[in-house]
Each structure stands twice: as structure tokens, then as C-alpha cells.
Ligand binder design. Structure first.
Ligand code: AKB
Length: 344
């Protein structure tokens, strides 16, 4: 049986590693990976080929391949993007545009739509005040699309570029015989938490950082206030959402961009959960004004009713299941001696 040919960009990142493992476990995929870094041991044997280097300069080489699906995960995350804004724009926007052009060209050439999965983010939203954020509660996809960060602007714009290349590219949809266009699908994720990898460069990182530090018996100074609230999701649910959306029949989709959500928690509630599991955990709050401002502009919760209705989305992990059945068993096994720093 022929295999589905896929490209995973940003394969060394948190979502990338988990996705490559999930695709390999499913079977039937020929997986090509790309990243600035060499592949970590955990996924090296699962990739048929790894292209190491800067995506913006590497895309040309992918014109020699015939990918059925592109999972474009490479990005400079929100905190990092605020300290290197132009570089973030280059990585986040230029890289996405180059890949969308590739997908558009190949779809037309092959007469078969290349599916394109783009992970967007709660960073695409932006509130002007905490009062507005609290009043808004659970937000729908088309509300508050006024991001405050370079990363959020990049995500929102790339969502629009995806729609453009998949529907209106060069106004070809108006031709008497319109060509086949690429099939762009995006997910707006909350903060993601993996028990196996730690994030870097993001602003929702305080959640996973706090838990990983507590599990290793290391003190942690949280960079946001105790009452800071955004939504989070277990990494296995993020992978589930990606695979469900990419598998969904096109005719079922009423949008190109879908919110997905799991559970909302304040930083203080994270500390309570961490202390319950690791009573020796030393967690303090030392808010960083810039990072605090970023998280304050993000929603407390996402309305994911469109995803539930169109393709049957439902997370497996609410907050209790997240801690009891996913995070704590895995993290205890990973660090083994909870009161000592692991060198892994
Ligand atoms: C970040 O913090 O930048 C990301 C995100 C919420 O998209 N984790």
C-alpha cells in the first residue's frame, strides 16, 4: 500500500516530536522532517529524512518532493518573538508563505490538494484590559482578533494567508476552469503541556515550567501573577486535534480556523496542584511586566463549539484527568527521584 507523504517542519519542537511519534505509531506515513536542529534521539529513527537548516532558505529543495500533507509547526514563540521582532517575522511569516506557495504550486500541478496544517494560537486574540478579558470569558474565533504581540500578529496574518492561498490565490477561483488549490486548515491552541518535553520561548511556559520544576524538586519563580488565567491543553490532546482536523472530510469543514480548548487554570491553581503532588515544591510569584502583559491580553477560555460540531472534537483530558492520568504518572517516571534535578 502506498504511504502518505508528509513534511513536518519544526520537528524538534514540543508539538513536532509528539506529532512525529504519533504518525509513526499510526503507520502508513513517509515522514520527512525539517528543523534548525538535528533530530533528538526520541524521534531520529522515525524520520525517513531530516533536512537541517533555516526553513526560509530550504523550501526550494522541497519542490523535488510530493507531499500529501504539510504540518508546518516551525515558529518563534511569543516571548522570544518580542525580543527579536524582525527575526520572528521572518521565521513565522516568510517561512509560512514559502510553504504555502509550495503547497499551492504542487496542488495545481498534481491536480490534488496538498493538505496544510497550521497551528495557530490564543495569541491571535488581544484584550485591552483585564476587565475586558474577564468579561469576555470564552471567546469565539472571530472575536477580539487584535493581537498585542509580534507572534500573535504573525499567527493571525498566516491564517489569512492560508485562506488566501487555498481559496483566492491570484484570483484563479474566477477562472472558467479553476485549478486545484491547497487545503489549508488551522487550529488555535491554548498553552500546551507535555510531560516529556519542556517549552522554550513561549509565554504560556510558566504552567509547564512550574510543574517540571516541582517534579524535579527545584525552586521556581513564576513570571506571572497568581490570579493569571488562560487555557491549557495536554499535549496528547493537541496531537489528537491535529490528526482529527487533518483527517476530517473537507465538506464537513465550515471554517479554515478552529479553536480547540481543554481546561482553564490560574497560576495559583497550578501551584496548588503542584504542591499537592510534590509537597516540597518551592514556588514563588515574581511577575515580569512584559510577559504578564502578554498573558493578560490572552483569553481565559476558547469557545471550541465549531470544532465540536464540524469534526467531533472533544478533549480527552480535563484538568483532573490531565494531572492524575497523564502528567503526574509520566513525570514521576521521567524524573524518578522527585527531589533531585534530572540531567536528562
Ligand atoms: C506561547 O506561549 O507563545 C505559545 C502559545 C500560547 O502559542 N505557547
Amino acid at each position: 500500500m502506498s504511504q502518505t507523504s508528509v513534511l513536518v517542519t519544526g520537528a524538534c519542537g514540543e508539538i513536532g516530536q509528539a506529532l512525529v511519534q504519533a504518525l509513526a505509531a499510526r503507520g502508513g506515513y513517509h515522514i520527512v522532517t525539517t528543523d534548525l536542529l538535528p533530530l533528538p534521539d526520541a524521534i531520529r529513527p522515525l524520520s525517513a529524512e531530516h533536512v537541517q537548516g533555516d526553513l526560509v532558505y530550504r523550501v526550494k529543495q522541497f519542490y523535488d518532493y510530493n507531499f500529501d500533507i504539510i504540518f508546518h509547526l516551525a515558529a518563534s514563540l511569543s516571548s522570544k518573538a518580542e525580543v527579536a521582532t524582525e527575526e520572528a517575522h521572518r521565521i513565522n511569516v516568510e517561512g509560512t508563505m514559502q510553504l504555502l506557495m509550495l503547497a499551492a504550486y504542487k496542488s495545481e500541478r498534481r491536480g490534488k490538494a496538498v493538505r496544510f496544517l497550521f497551528p495557530s494560537s490564543i495569541a491571535a486574540y488581544g484584550f485591552d484590559s483585564l476587565e475586558q478579558k474577564r468579561k469576555a470569558g470564552r471567546v469565539k474565533e472571530d472575536e477580539y482578533n487584535t493581537p498585542h504581540t509580534m507572534y500573535g500578529c504573525n499567527k493571525l496574518y498566516c491564517e489569512k494567508l492560508g485562506l488566501y492561498y487555498s481559496r483566492y490565490y491570484a484570483q484563479r477561483h474566477l477562472d472558467p476552469n479553476p485549478p486545484v488549490m491547497c487545503d489549508f486548515r488551522a487550529l488555535r491552541f491554548p498553552g500546551l503541556i507535555s510531560a516529556y518535553t519542556v517549552p522554550s520561548g513561549g509565554t504560556s511556559d510558566y504552567g509547564p515550567e512550574m510543574l517540571h520544576h516541582a517534579a524535579q524538586g527545584c525552586p521556581y519563580a513564576c513570571f506571572v501573577r497568581e490570579d493569571t488565567k488562560i487555557s491549557f491543553m495536554a499535549m496528547p490532546d493537541a496531537i489528537k486535534a491535529i490528526l482529527m482536523l487533518i483527517d476530517a472530510p473537507r465538506e464537513k469543514l465550515t471554517r479554515t480556523v478552529y479553536n480547540v480548548d481543554a481546561f482553564s487554570l490560574t497560576a495559583g491553581e497550578f501551584r496548588e496542584r503542584a504542591r499537592r503532588a510534590f509537597p516540597a515544591a518551592q514556588i514563588t510569584f515574581e511577575p515580569n511586566p512584559r510577559r504578564q502583559g502578554i498573558v493578560d491580553s490572552w483569553p481565559e477560555a476558547l469557545d471550541d463549539s465549531a470544532a465540536r460540531r464540524d469534526w467531533g472534537w472533544q478533549p480527552d483530558y480535563d484538568v483532573d484527568r490531565f494531572f492524575e492520568e497523564y502528567f503526574l504518572p509520566a513525570i514521576r517516571k521521567r524524573y524518578r527521584t522527585p527531589n533531585r534535578m534530572s540531567k536528562e
